[in-house]
Design a protein around this ligand. Structure first.
Ligand code: NAP
Length: 236
């Protein structure tokens, strides 16, 4: 079975000490592999892509660093030469890049069964994205939100044609509990003077959860409506 699966964003973890690429570099040399995240052993996205590819899934890795993406692809192909794995460019912090990616994906005419919104960053000082939005919120939430929205129709079509439910997976974090007291500070997203590295990350991860919950609610309603339509049609 072929499942088209974009992973946003799958890139390898490079060991910061020996600079060797590995899907499990930190286990190999015991150095931090995640972007300043203590205890991160390997990029979750890279490992997810690897395991899905090994199970015969057609994986499309959406990465901002194409060279790094190709290296992960090569590593997976070394393990399983018949793996079906591709890379496409995507920078989630840029809404133009997200639109470009989605439009290229749709124009390929590929089905889409599972979307894994994996990419995330944390620990960055206050910065604005090229769209003028606080970088962490733009990358961890808005990019995924827009991407999901732009690919939803393709997912619905795939689901109808294959008669199988699709899956959208948003990678959040238990850290969402540490968000600002007000939850998401929509009116203060770009407020540099009150920016807090930890709380800003937590806020973006809370947004991932709220996005998932609302999406799930709407898709369930949609499913209920189409089942209802089906039963009406069949009772005629
Ligand atoms: N690891 C944990 O313990 C943990 C715990 C809770 C939640 N999570 C969540 O799990 C997800 C994956 O975590 P991880 O530990 O695998 O992180 P990671 O090793 O730091 O990898 C993050 C990935 O996101 C990509 N990325 C960052 N900014 C991007 C952008 N603007 N456009 C496209 N790709 C971008 C990075 O690509 P580049 O190499 O190009 O930067 C990298 O591939 C994140 O959402 C994280 O918040 C992780």
């Amino acid at each position: 079975m072929i499942v088209e699966l974009p992973l946003s964003s799958v890139v390898p973890v490079k060991c910061r000490r020996c600079l060797k690429l590995s899907l499990q570099s930190t286990e190999r040399c015991g150095y931090w592999g995640g972007r300043g995240r203590p205890g991160a052993s390997s990029g979750i996205g890279a490992e997810t892509a690897r395991v899905l590819a090994l199970h015969g899934t057609h994986v499309i890795m959406a990465v901002r660093n194409m060279e790094a993406g190709w290296e992960v692809k090569e590593a997976i192909l070394k393990e399983l030469p018949s793996a079906k794995i591709d890379t496409m460019e995507l920078d989630l912090s840029s809404m133009a890049s997200v639109r470009q990616f989605a439009s290229e994906y749709v124009s390929l005419g590929l089905p889409l069964s599972i979307l894994i919104n994996n990419a995330g960053m944390w620990g960055t000082p206050f910065m604005l994205s090229q769209d003028g939005i606080e970088l962490l919120f733009a990358t961890n939430h808005l990019g995924h939100f827009l991407l999901t929205d732009l690919l939803l129709e393709t997912m619905k079509n795939t689901s109808r044609e294959s008669n199988r439910e699709g899956r959208i997976v948003n990678l959040s974090s238990v850290g969402h509990r540490l968000a600002y007291r007000e939850g998401i500070r929509f009116d203060k997203i770009n407020n540099e003077s009150e920016y807090n590295i930890m709380l800003a990350y937590a806020q973006s991860k809370l947004a991932n959860i709220l996005h998932s919950n609302e999406l799930s609610r709407r898709l369930k309603l949609l499913l209920a409506r189409s089942l209802n339509m089906y039963s009406k049609t069949s009772s005629r």
